[in-house]
Write a protein that binds this ligand. Structure first.
Ligand code: ZN
Length: 139
């Protein structure tokens, strides 16, 4: 899938400046270039605690917008759409753990550090007003 060596993925993970991740349509505003799946893929990124990190991504409180599944961009597996997780600071779509687990998607360093700091247990949080969540800028 990726012809790159993962350098760009690791650099993006290091500098990622926002508290959301996995919203491909909104990434050009952050990266300054059109989104490609290669942007976050590094087959060499295999942290020892990857399974615990993925579990955290799945267990964080979820906001379910709709239940109709949509296919993964990369493999076609049907995934929940318009379903998001929020851990009190970071926001991500329900498809993110699939991308991490199956497609070598590298998470932002700050998010990984947060997950480890919470010992892989999502903090108890409430969503509060939807407008207060760190959504990508509306187009
Ligand atoms: Zn997939």
């Amino acid at each position: 899938m990726s012809g790159k060596d993962g350098r760009q993925a690791r650099e993006l993970a290091r500098i990622w400046p926002v508290a959301w991740v996995g919203f491909a349509d909104h990434e050009p505003a952050v990266t300054g270039h059109p989104y490609t799946d290669d942007d976050h893929v590094d087959p060499a990124w295999k942290p020892q605690d990857l399974a615990d990190i993925v579990k955290y991504l799945r267990q964080a409180p979820a906001l379910v917008g709709q239940t109709r599944p949509e296919p993964c961009r990369l493999c076609g597996e049907m995934l929940a759409s318009a379903t998001f997780h929020f851990d009190g600071e970071w926001l991500w779509p329900d498809s993110l753990p699939h991308l991490v687990e199956r497609h070598d998607f590298v998470l932002p360093d700050r998010l990984v550090a947060r997950i480890r700091a919470h010992a892989y247990r999502p903090p108890i949080t409430t969503f509060g007003p939807e407008a207060k969540l760190p959504w990508p800028a509306r187009c």
